[in-house]
Write a protein that binds this ligand. Structure first.
Ligand SMILES: [Zn+2]
Length: 273
């Protein structure tokens, strides 16, 4: 097949993959995944994702980003502070040539994650500053939004963002369509196979605005098991089923969408960085 899968949002630099990375990568390429758009959440991951690009230059396409929640989902998880971005800022500029996008950035207003107005203000501050960096570096953005669907899209529009991927979006279809109107794309992980509520959203969003992702090691088919990029085929099949299309069509169109959104993927994979 001419176009293989592009996993538009995965965390291949996560600790969960350190031990058996070779095996994971082998299964990834065997599943037909040609590109991993590798997002980061915290500055401590930036070096790791660049090392992975050195090791797998044809596969790993790095993104730098400071996530609205810091602490990796563990017991120390907390809402982001402006200082977290200050520590990361110089790295964006130093490695700009190697990045395909800015992400994972966004807003997470889940009440127990951002309980105070100050938390939400800090998240907004860090988000908007990274939207500015993306504009300055002429990069698209790879975006997380939870309990903040509308405000995320409105903020990006107000900031003049034209190229964005909203990953694992779970807002209302009417809000998603505002994003479609702004030219944004939406990616869905294998976890959507176990969540019928998302089918309505998938049906409403035109295929030209859909990408595939795994969000590995999270958001797999089995909530309690580590997810891997090779499972992208499950997202593809599910979207095909919901939309009444062939999996080949979904694979082809979503890969074209991904390369349109992340044009530097092609450049990097030709050894251009
Ligand atoms: Zn993610």
């Amino acid at each position: 097949m001419e176009f293989a899968f592009v996993d538009c949002h995965c965390h291949i630099s996560a600790r969960e993959f350190e031990e058996d990375l070779e095996d994971v990568i082998q299964r990834t390429t065997e599943a037909g995944v040609k590109t991993l758009v590798a997002v980061t959440e915290e500055v401590r991951e930036f070096d790791r994702v660049l090392q992975l690009q050195d090791r797998y230059p044809d596969l790993v396409a790095p993104c730098f980003g400071v996530h609205p929640l810091q602490g990796g989902g563990g017991p120390e998880q907390r809402s982001v502070k402006p200082q977290d971005l200050d520590a990361a800022l110089p790295h964006f500029y130093k490695h700009r040539e190697r990045l395909v996008a800015v992400g994972e950035i966004g807003l997470d207003f889940t009440p127990w994650c951002a309980p105070t107005q100050q938390d939400r203000d800090d998240q907004m501050n860090v988000f908007v500053k990274q939207l500015d960096i993306a504009k300055e570096l002429e990069l698209p953005v790879n975006v997380h939004s939870r309990s903040a669907a509308k405000v995320t899209i409105v903020t990006m529009r107000e900031q003049g963002i034209s190229r964005a991927l909203l990953h694992n979006f779970a807002g209302k279809p009417s809000v998603a369509l505002e994003g479609v109107k702004a030219g944004y794309l939406f990616s869905f992980p294998p976890a959507v196979c176990r969540n019928q509520q998302r089918d309505k959203l998938i049906r409403k969003i035109p295929l030209e605005h859909i990408c595939l992702e795994t969000d590995s090691p999270a958001l797999g088919l089995d909530k309690h098991a580590r997810n891997e990029p090779g499972s992208i085929v499950l997202s593809c099949r599910h979207i095909a089923d919901v939309k009444g299309l062939s999996p080949q069509t979904v694979q082809l169109v979503t890969a074209q969408n991904a390369l349109r959104l992340f044009p530097k993927v092609n450049q990097l994979q030709r050894g251009g960085f």
